[in-house]
Design a protein around this ligand. Structure first.
Ligand code: GDP
Length: 424
């Protein structure tokens, strides 16, 4: 069985927490896109973990974790992340972590280029996480990337790197007026952080096809959400990878396989990190209160997130793009402080009411049409069954479910592993 767990919104929906919860039913968890530009927060009996690169299944010893070919991997960051987890008592070995030989390495000059470009753009910046993600995906498609499997042949790697560094320095020096990088420095970095992980690098497609033939269950863990997808998101304020479920088998290394299920993770209100149109954005005290209640500060960067009410238009679009067959609604407990809960049901685009997610200028000009639902004004973090939830909370769930056109199966009412309700 193949299941994808994907974000319906702008990312930070609580995917890490849901993967951690649901992964107990799976043998394999695979990341299929992105790099260390996002953080998945998981809280369980071992403690609180922020995972940037490692799949969330790493916290369950019996799960095999895959880092797929669709990922871009900063070796230094990976090494630090593995060390941190090990210090906290997490077992990591080539038995429970397999890294695709086709995954692309995010190099120090990609991080440099990312920062230089954001600085060049000044006020027009994209709001990049400055982790090198856009430059490294750019190089992948320009066919100037170094891949994990290249680490097995240092001589050939050095030769190829020499040509690439010469090319990269043209950009660094002549576009950005920056210091050039040297082949020696990049090569040494690759050897220092690459050698220790050689035992983990393999053709994961061979492993996965074998495992699936044996009837193993596999889960794909997405990073970011539908509205950050390179094709279907709010371009150019997207990530540089495909965040959608349809890409999961490709980015994990089994392109010929089809998904059986797609679980969409959707937040009970909206948050957005970075620049670009965010129709439902709230400001002032109202925004501060929601941000504080939800602890809405980036897991990878610490940046305060932009916040707003639940956005039906964007979420319905997210559900469609992901092809979700059921949803998990997260952070319901955060809304408990509100007397009445705002929900954006449509957009007003220059006087026309629209229900389909708009493109370009229409999106830039969209104003939210807000409706209010009753709040429940009580602690719901101890609710474990649908009957435990106050009626107003059930009404909120049912309303959203009907508006986005997909059943809500799970409702998350707290950050801990067991804080959730399975809806009937
Ligand atoms: P991800 O990138 O989609 O995994 O999301 P983040 O890790 O950036 O954000 C989710 C944050 O919310 C983490 O700090 C989680 O521990 C926390 N969280 C997830 N679900 C819930 C929930 O239902 N209630 C509360 N209070 N916190 C939650």
């Amino acid at each position: 069985m193949l299941t994808a767990i994907v974000g319906i919104n702008w990312g930070d929906e609580g995917k890490g927490r849901m993967v951690d919860l649901l992964s107990k039913e799976y043998d394999i968890v695979a990341r299929y896109q992105g790099g260390n530009n996002a953080g998945h927060t998981v809280i369980n009996h071992l403690g609180k973990f922020i995972l940037n690169l490692l799949p969330s299944g790493i916290l369950r010893p019996e799960v095999v974790n895959i880092m797929g070919n669709g990922m871009v991997i900063d070796l230094e960051h990976l090494s630090g992340e593995m060390d941190r987890l090990r210090q906290a008592g997490v077992q990591i070995s080539p038995e429970n972590l397999k890294i695709s030989n086709r995954a692309v390495i995010c190099l120090p000059y990609h991080v440099m280029q990312d920062c230089l470009e954001e600085e060049r753009l000044k006020d027009a910046k994209y709001g990049s996480t400055r982790r090198g993600i856009a430059p490294v995906y750019g190089d992948k498609y320009l066919k100037k990337a170094i891949r994990m499997g290249d680490l097995f042949n240092p001589q050939a790697l050095r030769q190829r790197l020499t040509g690439i560094v010469e090319w990269k320095n043209l950009t660094l020096q002549q576009v950005y007026n920056a210091e050039p990088v040297t082949v020696d420095a990049i090569y040494d970095w690759l050897m220092k952080f690459g050698e220790p992980i050689l035992p983990y690098i393999t053709d994961v497609g061979v492993y996965l096809n074998d495992a699936l033939r044996q009837g193993k269950k596999m889960m794909f863990e997405a990073q970011l959400g539908a509205l950050r997808d390179i094709d279907f998101g709010i371009y150019p304020y997207t990530s540089s990878s495909s965040t959608i479920a349809a890409y999961a088998p490709i980015g994990a290394g089994i392109p010929g396989r089809k998904l059986d299920h797609t679980i969409g993770i959707m937040k009970a209100y909206s948050t957005c990190v970075g620049e670009g149109p965010f129709t439902v954005e709230m400001f002032g005290e109202e925004a501060e209160a929601l941000r504080a209640a939800g602890g809405e500060y980036g897991a990878a960067t610490g940046r305060p997130r932009r916040v707003g009410p639940f956005d039906v238009v964007a979420s319905r679009y997210g559900v469609q793009v992901q092809g979700a067959d059921c949803l998990a609604l997260t952070k319901m407990d955060i809304l408990s402080y509100l007397d009445r809960i705002p929900v954006c049901t449509a957009y007003d685009v220059n006087g026309t009411i629209v229900h389909d997610f708009p493109y370009g200028d229409d999106l830039n000009n969209a104003k939210p049409v807000i409706t209010y639902l009753d709040g429940w004004k009580c602690d719901i973090t101890k609710c474990r069954k649908p009957e435990d939830l106050p009626q107003a909370a059930v009404d909120y769930i049912r309303y959203i479910e009907q508006q986005v056109g997909c059943p809500i199966k799970y409702v998350s009412v707290g950050a801990e592993r067991e804080d959730y309700v399975v809806m009937k």
